[in-house]
Design a protein around this ligand. Structure first.
Ligand code: SF4
Length: 205
């Protein structure tokens, strides 16, 4: 099963690397399709590649990536166990926010990845991915602080998935208060992923 999912993810990654569907292809060094376990129970979705990610072609490898690794330890998980990607796969110039057209153009790849992996839990890292994921169920997100740490049940391509929105690690890097909120959300992730689950999840929702 994982082999066939891996093959699908590799095909998506190949398409991403030659994609010209939005203007971000003009300024990227490398597209960053994402990486991790094709049979991951948990998918982590950030906003967009930054400087280091663009250079290396890998997600979350800079200082925000180091913080994400620390958070995964809190959840008793490793990067190898999860699948990590972003809403848009190419770096916006000067790390600006991706715009609506870019997010819409790239959403096809994200949905294809979710469909291939069939995760039990999607942890949205920051406002943009939370907006995109909750938007699939018609939910509006005006502030990440209002929804972080709250579990939502979503249908993605007819598969039920639990969405856990949290802050983007970059936002928490130099802010102890936000870092402690991020830690709390990863402790919740740890609770959710303990045991064989998913049957016990309904009690959280
Ligand atoms: S951001 Fe997405 S849609 Fe835009 S060029 Fe990159 S892969 Fe294609």
């Amino acid at each position: 099963m994982c082999e066939s999912r891996k093959a699908v993810l590799e095909a998506i990654a190949k398409e991403v690397m030659s994609c010209t569907k939005c203007q971000l292809h003009k300024t990227r060094t490398n597209a960053v399709p994402g990486e991790g376990n094709p049979c991951a129970r948990v998918m982590l979705i950030g906003e967009a590649p930054g400087y280091n990610e663009d250079i290396q072609g890998r997600p979350f490898v800079g200082s925000a990536g180091n913080l994400l690794n620390q958070m995964l330890k809190i959840a008793n998980m490793s990067r190898e166990e999860v699948f990590i990607t972003n809403v848009v796969k190419c770096r916006p110039p000067n790390n600006r926010d991706p715009n609506d057209e870019e997010i819409e153009a790239c959403k096809y790849f994200l949905l294809a990845q979710i469909k291939a992996i069939k995760p039990e839990i999607i942890m949205c890292l920051g406002r943009h991915s939370t907006k995109v994921l909750l938007g699939l169920s018609g939910l509006n997100v005006d502030s990440i602080m209002r929804v972080r740490g709250e579990l939502k049940k979503l249908l993605v391509d007819e598969n039920e998935v639990i969405c856990l929105p949290t802050l983007h690690p970059a936002a928490a890097l130099y802010n102890p208060r936000l870092k402690s909120l991020l830690e709390a959300d990863f402790r919740l992730l740890s609770t959710l992923t303990t045991g064989t689950r998913i049957s016990g999840l309904d009690r959280w929702l």
